[in-house]
Design a protein around this ligand. Structure first.
Ligand code: G1P
Length: 297
C-alpha cells in the first residue's frame, strides 16, 4: 500500500511586492477573492484531498496569517449572542484543529526550493504536497484531490501541468515529456523558466505538487538556478536523473494566476459569478458594462 499524503507545505514567505501598497501591511495570502482570503482556498483544497497537517513557510510580517487560523473568541461569542449562526459557521471553517498547523520561518529569500526545504524536519520520511496559494484553480473536483487519486497509481513525484502560450514559458517550470497517457505526462526532464526558444515544451508546472521525501534530500546538492534562486523544479528534476518517476498531471479546471493583478481581477470576477448570492446582481452589472462599451465603440 502506498503511504497516504497527509502533509502539505504552503510556501507563503514571499513579499508580494506586485501588490504594493496593499502588501505593506497585509500578507498577500490574506488578500480576498470575494470574501475569502487566497490562503483559505488553498486550505480548503488541501482538506478536500485528505491533508491533515498544514505547514506554512513564512517570513517576517506574516503574523496576520497565524491570527487568521486561530480562534477568535470575542467574535465567536458576539455572533453567538446575536444568533448569527450562518456567519458563525463560516467563521468556524477557518479554525484549525490543535496541532494541525505549523509555522516555519524562511529566514532568507533563497527561492522556492529552499522554502520547501525549510520544512524538511516536519516532513521527515513521508510523501507530501506543496500548494502555492497564488495559483487558484476553479475545478469541479479540487485539483490536489485529482492528483492524489492519480498518484495512488503512479507514486513518485507529480506536478500539476497546463499548456501555456510559448512566449510565456519563461514564467514557469516547463516539462520535457517522454510519454503521454491520458492526463498523465511522464517527464524526462524539467527546466525552470526557460526562454521560449529553449523550452522543451509548452507544458507548464502549476503550483500543486506531490513529492517524495527524497526531493528534500536532493536539495543540498541543488545549485542556484533560474533567477539566482534554489529552485524546487531542479530538486524534482534530480529525481529524473536518478531514474525515479516524475509525472505531470494535466488537471481538469481553470487556473488563475493570483500573483498578478490581471489574474487576481479575473479570479474575482469568476468567483463572484460562481456565488449564488451574488450572481444575479453581479452578472447584470457586467452585462450593463459590456453593453455600454459596445455602444461607445
Ligand atoms: C513557481 C515555480 C514554477 C511554477 C510556478 C507556478 O514560480 O518555481 O516552476 O511554474 O510557480 O505558478 P513563481 O511563480 O513562484 O516564480
Amino acid at each position: 500500500m502506498r503511504r497516504k499524503v497527509t502533509k502539505a507545505i504552503f510556501p507563503v514567505a514571499g513579499l508580494g511586492t506586485r501588490f504594493l501598497p496593499a502588501t505593506k501591511s497585509i500578507p498577500k495570502e490574506i488578500m480576498t477573492l470575494v470574501d475569502r482570503p487566497l490562503i483559505q482556498y488553498a486550505i480548503d483544497e488541501a482538506r478536500a484531498a485528505g491533508i491533515k497537517e498544514f505547514i506554512f513557510v513564512t517570513s517576517r510580517g506574516k503574523g496576520a496569517l497565524e491570527d487568521y487560523f486561530d480562534i477568535n473568541p470575542v467574535l465567536e461569542s458576539a455572533l453567538e449572542k446575536a444568533g448569527k449562526t450562518a456567519l458563525l459557521d463560516i467563521l468556524k471553517t477557518t479554525n484549525m484543529e490543535s496541532g494541525a498547523i505549523a509555522y516555519i520561518r524562511q529566514h532568507k529569500a533563497l527561492g522556492l526550493g529552499h522554502a520547501v526545504w525549510c520544512a524538511r524536519r516536519l516532513i521527515a520520511n513521508e510523501p507530501f504536497a506543496v500548494i502555492l496559494p497564488d495559483d487558484v484553480i476553479e475545478a469541479e473536483t479540487p485539483v490536489l484531490k485529482q492528483m492524489v487519486e492519480a498518484y495512488a497509481e503512479t507514486g513518485g513525484a507529480m506536478v500539476a501541468a497546463m499548456e501555456v502560450a510559448r512566449e510565456k514559458t519563461s514564467s514557469y517550470g516547463v516539462l520535457d515529456i517522454a510519454e503521454e497517457n491520458g492526463r498523465l505526462l511522464k517527464a524526462k526532464g524539467m527546466v525552470e523558466k526557460p526562454k521560449p526558444e529553449d523550452a522543451p515544451s509548452n507544458l507548464a508546472v502549476i503550483g500543486r505538487y506531490i513529492l517524495p521525501p527524497q526531493v528534500l534530500r536532493n536539495m543540498p546538492n541543488v545549485r542556484k538556478g533560474a533567477g539566482g534562486e534554489i529552485q524546487l523544479t531542479d530538486a524534482i528534476a534530480a529525481e529524473i536523473s536518478h531514474g525515479r518517476p516524475v509525472h505531470g498531471y494535466r488537471f481538469e479546471g481553470r487556473r488563475f494566476d493570483c500573483g498578478s493583478k490581471a489574474g487576481f481581477l479575473q479570479a474575482t470576477v469568476a468567483f463572484g459569478l460562481a456565488r449564488e448570492d451574488l450572481r444575479d446582481e453581479f452578472s447584470a452589472y457586467l452585462e450593463q458594462l459590456a453593453a455600454r462599451r459596445h455602444v461607445a465603440e
